[in-house]
Design a protein around this ligand. Structure first.
Ligand SMILES: NC(=O)c1ccc[n+]([C@@H]2O[C@H](COP(=O)([O-])OP(=O)(O)OC[C@H]3O[C@@H](n4cnc5c(N)ncnc54)[C@H](OP(=O)(O)O)[C@@H]3O)[C@@H](O)[C@H]2O)c1
Length: 292
């Protein structure tokens, strides 16, 4: 892997990681087609062969026949010593797939569910994934409960996801935060960029999702690509997805990518994007649609 490393607390990982949400097919989120078990296992094993040592997952990444955590367990355990698995709690889905949100007391059960499915005795990183209904509200009760599970040894490091700057500050007053996992990519707003840079100043990793999918979000990458992205891609003999990943990584040494794919060819491309360097001029050309 031709990319550098960054820190997640006291853990060092390659800056190109892997997001497991696409392994089960996108049916869980109302779009796409079911994934194939063997293909998803192949993608996970190949990712590790290529040097990926940071995988993002969640117990709520499941479709009728596949669970991301169980695929990770099946494909990769016994786990390599240096593999960091990050998961997230607060949202959940019942067996029928319907969403619900945990109370602070229910977070322990969610952590234990991840432990069981992954076959681990502690979780490396757990992100508190903040619901849209709490956007801007207090997260102290939930984060405090998670900090208690960290003190109890079930979790090594804590992060926050879909967080505002104020929520990050609130969490940091309770316990150390090693990462912020928020949507970010070409087209990010000024506010999103400010939080990314604030994380760098604080020595916190910034882990963007939707760096490739962008406005397509859960539905995935759109076939319509911006002409500037295509032009930069052509100049490097690269794909648009690679340019999007490279642009995001070049926002700061503390940025860690977790591109999600169930496609072995896309996986190879995404890992190779770690070696793609964009010039200052290209970075500026790709500052598209900055809005406050
Ligand atoms: N904390 C949160 O709230 C949150 C929310 C969403 C996601 N996440 C995490 O972040 C990870 C990344 O997000 P994401 O998977 O939604 O979005 P993403 O990485 O931005 O993009 C994934 C989409 O792009 C496609 N893709 C991937 N590599 C490609 C390539 N080289 N060329 C063309 N298309 C490519 C994928 O389809 P194919 O499968 O066909 O390649 C999929 O549709 C997730 O896997 C998940 O672990 C966290």
């Amino acid at each position: 892997m031709s990319t550098s490393t960054a820190e997640l607390g006291d853990l060092t990982v390659n800056r190109i990681g892997f997001g497991a949400m696409r392994l089960t097919g996108n049916v869980a989120f109302g779009a796409g087609v079911p994934a194939d078990r063997d293909r998803s296992i192949t993608v996970l094993r190949r990712a590790v062969e290529l040097g990926v040592d940071h995988i993002d997952t969640a117990a709520f990444y499941f479709s009728p026949r596949l669970s991301a955590n169980e695929l990770i367990n099946r494909a990769l355990s016994p786990y390599p010593d240096d593999l960091v698995i990050a998961t997230k709690v607060w949202p959940a889905r019942d067996p029928s797939g319907a969403w619900w949100w945990a109370t602070p007391e229910q977070l322990r059960g969610q952590v234990e569910e991840n432990l069981r499915q992954l076959g681990r005795d502690h979780l490396d990183v757990v992100n508190l994934r903040i619901p849209p209904s709490r956007r801007g509200g207090s997260i102290a009760e939930h984060f405090g409960a998670l900090a208690g599970l960290r003190d109890a040894g079930l979790i090594r490091h804590l992060g926050v996801s879909n967080a505002t700057a104020e929520q990050l500050a609130e969490a940091r007053a309770i316990a150390p935060v090693v990462c912020v996992q928020n949507p970010f990519g070409i087209g990010a707003t000024a506010g999103e960029r400010e939080l990314l840079h604030r994380c760098g100043e604080l020595g916190i990793a910034f882990v963007p999702f939707f760096a490739i999918a962008g406005a397509g979000r859960e539905a995935g990458a759109t076939s319509e690509e911006h002409p500037e992205v295509l032009a930069v891609a052509r100049a490097h003999g690269a794909s648009a997805a690679q340019v999007r990943l490279a642009w995001t990584l070049q926002q700061g040494d503390h940025v860690l990518a977790i591109p999600g794919t169930g496609n072995p060819r896309h996986l190879e491309e995404n890992v190779a994007a770690g070696g793609l360097r964009l010039s200052g001029d290209e970075m500026a050309r790709l500052n598209l649609g900055i809005s406050p």
